[in-house]
Design a protein around this ligand. Structure first.
Ligand SMILES: [Zn+2]
Length: 119
């Protein structure tokens, strides 16, 4: 296939506010759909649909961990492309830590992990 067509399709995939938010979240860590749903304040079926578009487009992959499915960027190139776009606002990198962003009201295993039982 024409490589420019492939590249154009990639940009088309990214040209969507919700999908950009998902890609930005996956820059930090792999996440499951319930976390992304809580993070984006969007219904889970809608987020699943956007994840499917990104996965079918070859930008992200899913990995099963027990009963959970975590999504991550397929490679460093996708991370670089995403970072170049989502950090462009102020012309500098955002100061968010390169790790999982824990949400208080999220039911996902990563937000629940390490809560401590005595809390
Ligand atoms: Zn979570």
């Amino acid at each position: 296939m024409d490589p420019y067509r492939t590249q154009a399709n990639l940009l088309k995939l990214m040209a969507h506010p919700t999908r950009l938010q998902i890609l930005e979240a996956l820059l930090h860590d792999s996440e499951c759909v319930c976390h992304l749903s809580a993070l984006l304040h969007k219904p889970q079926p809608y987020v699943s649909q956007q994840l499917a578009v990104l996965r079918n487009g070859g930008m992200i992959v899913d990995e099963k961990d027990g009963t959970n499915v975590f999504y991550r960027l397929v490679d460093g190139r996708m991370a670089a492309v995403t970072a170049a776009i989502v950090t462009g606002d102020e012309g500098e990198m955002r100061t968010t830590a390169p790790q999982h962003m824990r949400l208080r009201d999220c039911p996902c295993p990563k937000c629940r992990a390490g809560d401590g039982c005595g809390d």
